[in-house]
Design a protein around this ligand. Structure first.
Ligand code: DAH
Length: 338
């Protein structure tokens, strides 16, 4: 009985301030090898008339130990931090940085949407093209310089396969697969073997336009392109067509818009002329129509090709084409929210 009192006092005095101490408590009073357990095995040495009280006392003590243990454990768990790190969960959340469309994509979509508003539909084609779609069907002479390795990135020779040098290859594919009337706008990436400078790059973007129907006139083309220029650069924009040459159009022209950086007074973008060239155009050469299976006696049409980088430079007044491909966020972030 005195042993019971002793253990009871030990339990009451035991200080549990850590997980380690808690475990010691358990070993000392609750485990199979604990003093309490060994007391129970003493029961046979207790006189029979006292056994009942003895058993009761030991059991009460066991319960007391268990109760202390549970309380200590709960207290310890309460005081332990939930997340074992020094993250401050009350700190304000960091703002998510929203991405935005690249300026080239923005302008590409803008151009397409203007033409879509007057009935053109989008068409695309492969970036790796064969000689037929790039040059031959488009009436390029066999010795045309574009067929030279110095201008074109060839992937294979004989048969000639190259990275497309212009999106005009898409108009061939469309004409081969559709019957007139045809009215398409074809955006895409093109590649040329050129030294990279502020004004030129080996990779850039173009949009090709094509309209084929009966009795299409040069005047119609001019009006369509003027409508486009005013929508794109503002109602005050003027256009001018200069005679030019492309193998796939006859007659051919280059179109300038009045420079919206200097308002026509002359600056570095327009090289002092007040005009910026933005596209090539012309009436589709009858040879091209015939090459693509369209009757050139019945149908005529116009085509145009414009450079997106140049267009973006005019619209957003940037002066170095390389900026578009360097992915410098300081540059790109100026276009977010557009
Ligand atoms: N394919 C020409 C180029 O890359 C651009 C072009 C000019 C396309 C006149 C046309 C066009 O459709 O009629 O320089």
């Amino acid at each position: 009985m005195s042993k019971i009192e002793e253990i009871c006092a030990e339990i009451e005095q035991f200080k549990v301030e850590s997980a380690e101490k808690l475990e010691n408590f358990r070993l000392q009073f609750l485990s199979k090898k604990s003093e309490l357990q060994s007391l129970l095995s003493e029961i046979k040495n207790v006189p029979p008339e006292e056994r009942k009280t003895f058993g009761q006392k030991v059991n009460e003590l066991k319960q007391k130990a268990q109760q202390y243990y549970d309380e200590y454990k709960a207290k310890l768990e309460e005081s332990e931090p939930v997340v074992a790190s020094n993250n401050d969960l009350t700190r304000p959340a960091e703002m998510l940085e929203l991405g935005a469309a690249h300026p080239i994509s923005v302008v590409m979509n803008e151009v397409c949407e203007i033409f879509e508003s007057i009935g053109f539909t989008r068409a695309t084609g492969p970036e790796i093209e064969d000689d037929w779609h790039l040059f031959t069907a488009l009436n390029f002479a066999p010795d045309h310089p574009a067929r030279d390795m110095q201008d074109t990135f060839f992937v294979n020779q004989q048969p000639d396969i190259a990275l497309r040098t212009h999106t005009s290859s898409i108009q061939v594919r469309v004409m081969e697969n559709q019957k007139p009337p045809i009215r398409v706008i074809c955006p895409g990436r093109v590649f040329r073997n050129e030294a990279i400078t502020s004004r030129a790059h080996c990779m850039f973007h173009q949009i090709e336009g094509l309209y084929i129907a009966e009795n299409v006139s040069f005047a119609e083309m001019k009006q369509t392109l003027m409508f486009f220029a005013k929508k794109m650069f503002g109602e005050d924009t003027k256009i001018r067509l200069r005679p030019s040459y492309f193998p796939f159009t006859e007659p051919s022209a280059e179109m300038d818009v009045s420079c919206n950086i200097c308002g026509g007074k002359g600056c570095t973008l327009c090289k002092g002329s007040g005009w910026v060239e933005i596209l090539g155009c012309g009436m589709v050469d009858p040879n091209v129509l015939d090459n693509c299976g369209i009757d050139s006696k019945k149908y005529s049409g116009y085509a145009f090709g414009l450079g997106i980088e140049r267009m973006t430079q005019v619209k957003y007044k940037t002066n170095d084409i390389r900026l578009f491909f360097e992915n410098d966020l300081r540059f790109l972030q100026q276009f977010t929210g557009m």
